[in-house]
Design a protein around this ligand. Structure first.
Ligand code: NOJ
Length: 557
């Protein structure tokens, strides 16, 4: 399978590279950087949504699956991008966002037009509930972007469901005609253009529990309640994935990776078992969501290195002896920057600790995903940035709701700003830092989102030709990963789980290689004497009898 040993690089188009100086990234900008991506050792590019969209959720609100967002380019640019990847021996996968569309999609415009419109049933409409004569949403479901998951539509006196923003109405997967339209317009259309697969957005949410019952009250101080139990892994979800695979995906030599979300391992394995005919692999969120309450990511608690190691154990044990496959990642467009979250982003340690994380990631089993800017060690935005610099609908809505609820509690708001700074999706969305010129070389004009203040110290131009840079270290780690089967396929044995300074493990595949890894996650020196017969493969230190702060080593045993 070509995708098992592949390294995948995610591009989030708004912030990758602006070729026409309008302050927004675009497809020609991506094309201009294909060699940069290829030289890192990448095999596949995953492009986040570039479809036409009002951009309320940065393209995850699609108004036309068959058109490109004009600021990013057009279908000809996409053809050039596909060819540009293929001619360099890389593949291209797109984002498949089919749990919902934008409210600007023609399907929804028709659906909302009247009760008897042929597309009325393509979305989820319900009558209001009346409590003491007051009109209320049909149930108490909370949207992922704050507030009720239902929006009232005056014209037809009904509510429609939107698990995300108001402008992202959920499609009704119960309707077969609607499903077929999705398969043709969102999936087949792009396979026919030559793409190589999809990352499947919110892939566990299509099948809703048709009773639409109130969700249990878990946050008594909230009007609306988390409703995952009623839309995650619903009764027909596997039937829908199997149908989509059978009708479309199976006709192409494609890879698919799903964003499924939380639930039991047994439930998750059903999506990715090789014989199931659903998808090839999925993201597990244990590591990136460490510290967050699974029902509300902004309710955040600290964690230690043992907690961190345990997430690796859970991810590594996921496929067990099944025929399923898995992924390795610690950043994407919905997560903060890994150096800030899991290592040390101070000027003294950020490069070294970025290398430490590269060593860890490149030694874990599964298909590896890197996110734009991760290869040069981009960090979270500065702590001092005010709320006005945050552009993500998730951050803004949550902040507004908090301020409305606690207008006089500035300590609460201050506390929230700390959490926001640590985990907001905005951290991943600042423009890529290409060089030390104005706007980090991302654009010739002021970009749609502020450039991280540290672009003069952290940028690609200063790293590409420097053999000691993080970019070249990642490149070395990705190449090393392909030399040893145990790094991609092997079982992991974590040693000294309770040690809060070092992360130490062995990777093995029966009858093949054995690899020993030790990573010092602390700011202390740690005594260490390797077995004299081991061969040092990679280190970010000087190979003395001590591991210096954030030093790691990978040995073949
Ligand atoms: C998951 C995507 O990764 C995220 O960015 C988006 O907001 C939601 N799905 C809704 O599509």
């Amino acid at each position: 399978m070509w995708w098992k040993e592949a390294s995948i690089y995610q591009i989030w188009p708004a912030s990758f590279k602006d070729s026409n100086d309008d302050g927004v990234g675009d497809i020609q900008g991506i094309i201009s950087k294909l060699d940069y991506v290829k030289n890192l050792g990448v095999d596949i590019i995953w492009l986040s949504p570039m479809y036409d969209s009002p951009q309320d959720d940065m393209g995850y609100d699609i108004s036309n699956y068959e058109k490109v967002y004009p600021k990013y380019g057009d279908l000809n640019d996409m053809t050039q991008l596909i060819e540009g990847c293929h001619s360099r021996g890389m593949k291209l996968i797109l984002d498949l966002v089919i749990n919902h569309t934008s409210s600007e999609h023609e399907w929804f415009k028709q659906s909302r037009a009247s009760l008897d419109n042929p597309k009325r049933d393509w979305y989820i409409w319900k009558k209001p509930k009346y409590v003491d004569g007051k009109r209320c949403p049909p149930n108490n479901w909370l949207s992922y972007f704050s507030g009720s998951a239902w929006e009232y539509d005056e014209a037809t006196d009904e509510y429609y469901l939107h698990l995300f923003a108001k402008s992202q109405p959920d499609l009704n997967w119960e309707n077969e005609e609607c499903r077929n339209a999705i398969y043709n317009s969102a999936v087949k259309f792009w396979f026919e253009k030559g793409i190589d697969g999809f990352r499947i957005d919110t892939a566990g949410m299509y099948s809703k529990d048709q009773r639409f019952l109130d969700a249990p009250i878990v946050f008594p101080d909230n009007e609306y309640q988390p409703c995952k139990v009623f839309h995650q892994n619903g009764p027909r979800i596997h039937e829908f994935h199997q149908e989509m695979f059978k009708k479309v995906t199976s006709h192409y030599d494609a890879m698919t990776v799903g964003e499924v979300g939380h639930c039991s391992r047994d439930e998750l394995i059903r999506y990715v078992g090789a014989s199931r005919g659903e998808m090839n692999m999925m993201f597990l969120f244990d590591m990136v969501e460490l510290g967050s309450d699974p029902l509300d990511r902004f309710r955040y608690m600290d964690f230690d290195l043992t907690d961190f190691k345990n997430t690796v154990i859970r991810q590594s044990e996921f496929i067990g002896t099944t025929d399923a496959w898995t992924t390795v990642f610690n950043e994407n467009h919905d997560q903060a920057r890994s150096i800030t979250r899991f290592a040390n982003d101070s000027p003294e340690y950020r490069v070294k600790s970025g290398k430490l994380l590269a060593m860890l990631q490149s030694c874990l089993s599964g298909t590896l995903f890197l996110y734009q800017g991760q290869e040069i060690g981009m960090t979270n935005v500065p702590k001092e940035w005010p709320i006005e610099e945050y552009k993500d609908i998730n951050s803004i809505n949550y902040y507004q709701e908090l301020v409305e609820k606690h207008p006089k509690d500035s300590a609460k708001v201050k506390e929230f700003m700390k959490v926001l700074n640590l985990i907001a999706r905005d951290n991943a969305r600042t423009p890529v830092q290409w060089d030390s010129t104005a706007y980090a070389g991302f654009s010739g004009v002021e970009p749609w989102m502020r450039v991280n203040d540290n672009y003069k110290e952290i940028n690609a131009a200063s790293q590409v030709d420097d053999p000691e840079s993080l970019y070249n270290f990642w490149s070395k780690c990705l190449a090393n990963r392909k030399k040893f089967p145990s790094l991609i396929y092997g079982q992991i044995e974590i040693l000294n789980l309770d040690n809060k300074d070092t992360f130490e493990f062995v990777k093995k595949t029966e009858g093949k290689d054995e690899i020993y890894v030790i990573l010092n996650f602390s700011q202390k020196d740690v005594d260490f004497t390797p077995n004299s017969e081991w061969k040092l493969l990679i280190t970010n230190g000087d190979n003395s009898s001590k591991l210096t702060p954030y030093e790691g080593r990978i040995y073949s045993m």
